[in-house]
Design a protein around this ligand. Structure first.
Ligand code: GRF
Length: 219
């Protein structure tokens, strides 16, 4: 186990409830991390207020002020680098990242995606699961690679889809799991238990299954 907390930069675009789960874990001592900064591509993201309330530097770099994706990502990298992170956590960061960005943080860039990847990459995952009349749905924490929502899974939480579910009820049930599995994955990384080699995730040097560690909330 490492003694110095893992330096984390969190990128957000919105509410930041996953960020809050990480802040809470840092504060109650269950996570071996120090969140060095929270950066948003939207100045009005509520997550920035959560960061400020927790005395964490909160920065906005608005993508709309940049000519193209590349110049935005370069500015983002420069800002992130000023905090010297060990780990960069995407927590509801709604921007597609350039290959340069992904390569810069290869092996230390995590994302949470609200589906059981590889199912439902992209947007509107809850609606798509409902339309397909799936029995189960869920959420995945994964390493980010250049393939959008295609990086290798670390943890998945499975939730049941209930008969009268709407996007709202289903997404609420999934968020409960998000706030469990994202801190878990971040803590594995912080304690140097997690690594990735090519597309194979290792936990305690043992390969994880192709869909990652699975938590079934129906159990
Ligand atoms: C979550 O549902 C996450 O799965 C997705 O974006 C949402 C972020 O929510 N990537 P929040 O901003 O953490 O509340």
């Amino acid at each position: 186990m490492s003694t110095t907390p893992c330096r984390v930069v969190v990128l957000i675009s919105g509410s930041g409830s996953n960020l809050q789960a990480l802040i809470d874990g840092q504060h109650n001592g269950s996570l071996a991390i120090n969140i060095e900064a929270v950066i948003s591509n939207r100045a009005d993201a509520f997550g920035l207020e959560r960061a400020t309330k927790a005395s964490i530097p909160a920065e906005a770099i608005e993508h709309k002020n940049f000519l193209d994706r590349d110049s935005f990502d370069q500015a983002l990298i420069q800002k992130i680098e000023s905090y010297k992170p060990d780990l960069v956590v995407l927590a509801g960061f709604m921007r597609i990242l350039t290959s340069d960005f992904v390569r810069q943080y290869s092996g230390r860039l995590l994302n949470i995606h609200p589906s059981l990847l590889p199912k439902y990459q992209g947007l509107h995952t809850h609606q798509r699961a409902l339309d397909a009349k799936d029995d189960i749905h869920g959420v995945t924490v994964h390493f980010v690679t250049e393939e959008l929502d295609g990086g290798p899974p670390i943890i998945q939480a499975i939730v049941p889809v209930l008969e009268n579910d709407t996007v709202d009820t289903l997404s609420k049930r999934i968020q409960v799991q998000e706030h469990i599995i994202y801190p878990m994955a971040v803590n594995w990384f912080a304690n140097k238990r997690l690594s990735v080699n090519e597309n194979q995730v290792l936990l305690d040097k043992e390969p994880l299954p192709v869909n990652g560690h699975q938590i079934d909330s129906r159990d």
